[in-house]
Design a protein around this ligand. Structure first.
Ligand SMILES: [Zn+2]
Ligand SMILES: [Zn+2]
Length: 197
């Protein structure tokens, strides 16, 4: 571990938003695997000299800010994690029920979103599935663009170089069903009014 990384772990004592990138970094509590294991691990952001890699996880992260509201957290160690929080997924489902299609694919793995090219399927079915996968990739591009835009707006409340404890971030920017609806409405635009909750 570099001296700079070691100093960082001394200084940051709870999971925090690194304002320059919006990544969460700091100690996280994982389930313990043995009596001697306290289950505390370091979650890195990309600004460390040697970001920590967890050998037993698909993704070396326990939590991230939700890709839609950026207030609640989502994500996790598994490739089967959701990119959006529960409240944002609820809005996504409500819209799907009202409009007959799901606006965003919020699973990290394309299979969670009902896509994937089935081996042995007839070529025309495979072609359709490939088209859906391409749409999925576009959808993720839109979400990443939104995330960048919304993050910049919210991060403006804080010192641009700080590590802000997630606790403080959420005091200032409370998550919840209202915040999720508001973010969602701005993400899809005023020409598509959201169904009533
Ligand atoms: Zn960072
Ligand atoms: Zn959310």
């Amino acid at each position: 571990m570099s001296a700079a990384d070691a100093a960082l772990r001394e200084r940051i004592t709870e999971l925090s938003v690194h304002i320059p990138c919006g990544g969460l970094r700091g100690p996280v509590q994982l389930p313990t695997r043995s009596p001697s294991d306290r289950g505390v691990r370091w979650q890195s952001c990309r600004h460390e000299n040697h970001p920590v890699v967890w050998g037993d996880a698909d993704v070396s992260r326990e939590r991230d800010l939700c890709i839609i509201c950026l207030r609640a957290t989502a994500g996790g160690r598994s490739r089967w994690s959701w990119l959006a929080c529960q409240d944002c997924r609820a809005v996504n489902s409500a819209v799907e029920a009202a409009w007959g299609f799901r606006p965003f694919a919020l699973g990290r793995h394309s299979v969670m979103n009902g896509f994937g090219v089935r081996a042995g399927a007839p070529p025309e079915v495979q072609q359709r599935q490939i088209e859906r996968l391409t749409d999925f990739a576009d959808g993720i591009g839109r979400l990443l663009k939104w995330r960048k835009h919304e993050y910049r707006r919210l991060a403006g409340h804080f010192d641009p170089q700080a590590d802000v404890p997630l606790r403080v971030w959420q005091q200032e920017l409370p998550p919840g069903p209202r915040a999720s609806r508001d973010a969602f409405a701005r993400l899809i635009g005023p020409e598509y009014p959201l169904p009533l909750p």
